[in-house]
Design a protein around this ligand. Sequence first.
Ligand code: FMN
Length: 161
Amino acid sequence: MSDPFRPLKNAFARYTTGVTVVSCLDPSGRALGITVNSFTSVSLEPALVSWCLDDRTSVAGAFLNADHYAVSVLAADQETQSQRFATPDNHAFQEGEGERFATGAPLLEGRIAGFDCRLAERFRVGDHTMLIGEIVHFDSREAAPLVYVGRGYSQGPVITD
Ligand SMILES: Cc1cc2nc3c(=O)[nH]c(=O)nc-3n(C[C@H](O)[C@H](O)[C@H](O)COP(=O)(O)O)c2cc1C
């Protein structure tokens, strides 16, 4: 059966983004991550970011219950991580994997930037939920980002300060 959303998806696919893995702790303390390209910066003061969560994903319940989340901006050599956390029912971090700042949500090693966030606002928007986070800790390094456009990956330029 043909996908009625194909033309809209084709138009969205023209927009170039970076790739992130957003993580949280579920109620039992298990760390989960999902590949996300809807991440964006929102405000400097207060320091806010946002991303949109598909309400149908298997991890939606965990993220909707969590007071905190962390965002790892992927480096050009982290396509495998992007594919891993976009695979159905494959969202669990391994024991001890990742680096934790203030909130306990793990950030992936090798990222080019990381944002540890407290959930500030949440809005239902269509079939997604927009999560606004207040940054409580962040870092970045000089490196090339993973880029996503046209349903494929490429490498961005090295970003320097
Ligand atoms: C590059 C890329 C970007 C994505 N961006 C988002 C996003 O912004 N929000 C979202 O909810 N899902 C996004 N997804 C899809 C989820 O990663 C995917 O639906 C989910 O991991 C599937 O897991 P599930 O079948 O266990 O629900 C993206 C996937 C890829 C490959």
